[in-house]
Design a protein around this ligand. Structure first.
Ligand code: HEM
Length: 517
């Protein structure tokens, strides 16, 4: 270019401005599109400096992300603080990420809960993808949570559900007008998982400082699901702005002392009794057996640390997910009296009304409608609406888009469950939609993934399902339920998404015989 031309370009203010804007536009396109070997990022809302798109998550991120996906499509790119994030909101794309490219998205991000609560990822749920996680997952799926093992804990589920029914019955006999079902469900699932894992429940005085076991666990779950700003904005990494990490550390210490005590108790019991006198083995017993044997068919070497971290996962992963599901199923049945009556009628036709023993787990296979009630609850109210976040281990191309290394992946199963292009009348609770259909929730049907799928899928499906179905069946078989006014359906986001307000309902005994036993 000769100098007069250059002079015109540089000196004329409008030309200079135009040149500047053109450069910015080209740069923006380069950054946004990343053409060439990387390809294009998925579409998404423009991020703000520092915050990225965090301000768009709101109190109920699964709902806000579902609304954004309506605008940007089933694969959407955001920045949460500085974290590149992909949100998937259709069955086809869920299959792409969780089946076709599953291996690339099997990692978990490093978050405060993993570091300060979960032994720095020495558990299963928070562990990074790699040999350690693989071994721990094998321990879950081949030893601790197999359908056969789950069957051996049938007595725990039946006894504990019966105890809950008895307490509700007692309260109603004593004239209580309403019972707080949310409290009952949390205590029930906590008791079941604690007995299955550690052999017994724990009284209020057994933890340091006389802290209540139930309270400590409740607080740990709340912290595991809390939003920690520093996990998204690395600038704040060294400041515990919300005081959450301090609380995590202190609760972790209390949990660790509890877990140490449980292991010591088991060891001293083992030393006192011969193998054949020990009775039913709980999960700590099984892991101690493996630890003594040194190795096992699953090639997992089990240490004290593994046992403590594994029991933590059973408690954090199993308790709230199951109680939240029962809670939503009850809310839906309470506001859908026809569905409630159909489910009650079905159970009645299977076991009658005058049996002097309560319904058993083995009766549930004959209650198809009840099982559809649970499925429909998973569709509308999956306890983990965005699953547990996955993370990409390397840059890759999925669905025609470039996904950078260490991108966080959320699969919005809540949005998929309410998608009008997949489900007829999606906002209404209609268990009958599943009758005679082969849609299942164990990970083969991408329109219904309450337990996730693929390598990171939930290992607790048999347990979670049996607890949920049995509890619900007993509750509606034994009692008529009424509520005052409308059933509140507001959600609260955390480790799972339970109702914002507890469900309070009025029971009246339905069976012709008094409470059995
Ligand atoms: C209704 C009950 C339950 C539901 C809906 C549920 C749901 C889920 C979901 C959505 C995930 C994450 C999947 C993913 O990352 O893609 C998960 C993981 C997990 N769940 Fe469950 N769960 C339930 C019960 C249980 C129970 C009873 C246990 C154990 C006693 C359990 C233990 C775990 C563990 C250890 C993981 C982590 C797996 C991994 O990261 O590899 N869950 N669950």
């Amino acid at each position: 270019m000769d100098s007069p031309t250059l002079n015109i370009l540089v000196k004329a203010p409008t030309t200079r401005l135009a040149l500047f804007l053109a450069c910015v536009f080209i740069l923006y396109k380069i950054v946004k599109k990343r053409p060439g070997e990387h390809g294009t990022l998925p579409p998404g809302p423009r991020p703000w400096p520092l915050l990225g798109n965090l301000h768009q998550l709101g109190d109920l991120p699964h709902q806000s992300l579902a609304a954004l996906a309506k605008k940007y499509g089933p694969v959407m790119f955001l920045r949460l603080g500085s974290i590149p994030t992909v949100v998937v909101s259709s069955p086809a794309m869920a299959k792409e990420f969780l089946k076709t490219h599953d291996r690339l998205f099997t990692d978990r991000p490093t978050v405060s809960a993993r570091i300060y609560l979960a032994y720095d990822g020495k558990d299963v749920a928070y562990a990074s993808y790699g040999d350690y996680w693989r071994q721990m997952k094998k321990l879950c799926t081949l030893e601790l949570l197999t359908p056969k093992r789950t069957e051996t804990f049938k007595w725990v589920r039946e006894e504990e559900v019966a105890a809950m029914i008895r307490s509700i019955w007692k309260q109603s006999e004593q004239g209580a007008r309403f019972v707080d079902l949310s409290k009952f469900f949390f205590s029930l699932t906590l008791n079941i998982i604690t007995i299955m894992s550690a052999g017994r429940t724990f009284s209020d005085h057994e933890l340091r400082g006389g802290r209540k076991f139930k309270e400590i666990l409740g607080e740990m779950m709340a912290l595991a699901g809390a939003f920690v700003v520093a996990d998204f904005i690395p600038l704040l990494k060294y400041i515990d702005l919300q005081g959450l990490r301090r609380r995590m550390k202190s609760l972790h210490q209390i949990y660790d002392e509890f877990a140490e005590k449980v292991i010591d108790e088991h060891i001293s019991r083992r030393n006192q009794k011969a193998e054949e006198e020990r009775g039913v083995k709980d999960l700590v017993d099984i892991m101690l057996d493996m630890s003594e044997a040194g190795s096992h068919s699953s090639e997992v070497k089990v240490t004290r640390l593994n046992i403590k971290a594994m029991i933590l996962d059973m408690l954090i992963g199993g308790v709230e997910a199951s109680s939240t599901t029962v809670e939503w199923a009850m809310r839906e049945l309470l506001r859908n009296p026809c569905a409630m009556a159909t489910a009650q009628q079905e159970i009645q036709s299977v076991v009658g009304l005058d049996r002097n023993c309560l319904l058993k787990e083995s009766d549930i296979k004959n209650c198809e409608y009840l099982r559809c009630v649970v499925k429909e609850t998973f569709r509308l109210h999956p306890p983990g609406p965005l699953l547990v976040p996955h993370q990409s281990t390397q840059g890759c191309n999925v669905g025609g888009y470039h996904i950078p290394t260490r991108t966080r992946l959320f699969v919005n199963i809540w949005a998929i469950g309410r998608d009008e292009s997949i489900w007829d009348d999606p906002y209404h609770f209609k268990p009958e939609r599943f009758i005679g259909k082969n849609i299942d929730f164990r990970g083969q049907h991408y329109e219904l993934l309450p337990f996730g799928t693929g390598r990171r899928g939930c290992p607790g499906i048999p347990m979670g399902l049996l607890v949920t179905e049995l509890t619900l069946a007993q509750l509606i078989h034994c009692f008529h339920w009424t509520v005052e006014g409308e059933v509140n359906m507001h959600e609260m986001y955390g480790l799972t998404v339970p109702g914002k307000f507890p469900i309070s309902a009025r029971p009246s005994w339905r069976l012709t015989s008094k409470f059995p036993g």
